[in-house]
Ligand binder design. Structure first.
Ligand code: MN
Length: 311
């Protein structure tokens, strides 16, 4: 029971995510929480390497049964988040080498996935998602992707003289054949670009891109449902950059962009993924930099988002 978990946390000083049992060695489980304490791919405002600690702390004493969206019409059962899951601790991603960190993520996620455990990553910068995609695409084949972000993360290597950083992983994953671009949906895009190359690359690949205004347009509601449904026509990954939320809710991220989503809007997108034939094969909440201003509030929003992702 959560109360025991809270007492255990108080007694030991250790806070697992949602009070799940800590289990260091890969083994059979419904799923595994894995912290990724690396921000070697951040361009400015680093700090996401500390994200996993703040995300775990934000779940201390939190109920694990999210309130249903509607109650007035009655309800039947309160589903439990992360039932049968364990907290696998952090992946040992030293923040000094991005390629080494990605290899650590790939091998650790791969080891858990081999036991049938669905991984949920606590970021860490968004480049780390590439390591998870490498592991899971090897297992499942090219993946669909529901990607909530202010940025398309599909820059080419020329911008900063590097092909790997937190703004390039989507392009990289498409070029490596890890994603099925026809089953990739990006939602919340609104950050200014330096040129149109990134969007052209994604559009040519067949990726569906949604700005906050598009998401809110009632005339496009059926389109949105169809796009997100298509993501789940095969094995799919769900990735959240916390900067998809408005900076008034989630300011402690590397690249805050005004005009973002409300938490309820992000939850609605997450709920649409529950219509998929099979649940996501991997997911993450990335880019929390808890030492930046508003860190605790951002971690709290992230924890609630994660709770719904895991239900
Ligand atoms: Mn972003």
């Amino acid at each position: 029971m959560p109360v025991d978990t809270l007492m255990q946390g108080l007694r030991t000083g250790l806070t697992s995510f949602l009070g799940l049992p800590f289990t260091w060695e890969p083994q059979a489980a419904a799923g595994v929480i894995l912290g990724v304490p690396c921000d070697a791919g951040v361009l400015h405002r680093p700090g996401a390497r500390m994200g996993p600690w703040a995300l775990r702390a934000a779940t201390l004493g939190l109920g694990t049964r999210p309130m249903p969206e509607r109650l007035r019409e009655g309800w039947t059962d309160l589903p439990v988040a992360a039932e049968g899951w364990v907290d696998g601790g952090n992946i040992p991603t030293l923040p000094f080498s991005l390629p080494e960190a990605l290899e650590s993520v790939r091998s650790t996620v791969g080891a858990w996935a081999a036991f049938g455990a669905r991984p949920f990553l606590l970021g860490g910068d968004h480049a780390m998602t590439l390591g998870a995609l490498r592991a899971l695409a090897r297992r499942h084949g090219p993946l669909g992707l529901l990607h909530l972000d202010a940025h398309p993360d599909a820059a080419g290597g020329d911008a900063w003289g590097a092909e790997l950083h937190h703004g390039t992983w989507v392009r990289q994953a498409i070029l490596e054949g890890l994603l099925d671009p026809a089953r990739v949906v990006q939602a919340g895009l609104r950050a200014p670009r330096f040129d149109g190359d990134e969007l052209a690359f994604l559009q040519d690949a067949g990726v569906r891109m949604w700005t906050p205004a598009d998401l809110r347009d009632p005339r496009l509601a059926a389109h949105l449902k169809g796009d997100i449904a298509r993501v789940g026509d095969g094995p799919a990954y769900l990735s959240v950059d916390l900067d998809v939320l408005d900076p008034s809710i989630a300011p402690a991220v590397a690249e805050p962009v005004p005009g973002g989503l409300e938490l309820a809007e992000a939850l609605r997108l997450v709920r649409l993924s529950r219509q998929w034939d099979q649940p996501w094969v991997g997911a993450d909440v990335m880019e929390l930099a808890p030492d930046l201003e508003g860190g605790a509030a951002t971690a709290r929003a992230a924890a609630h988002l994660a709770l719904h992702l895991l239900t």
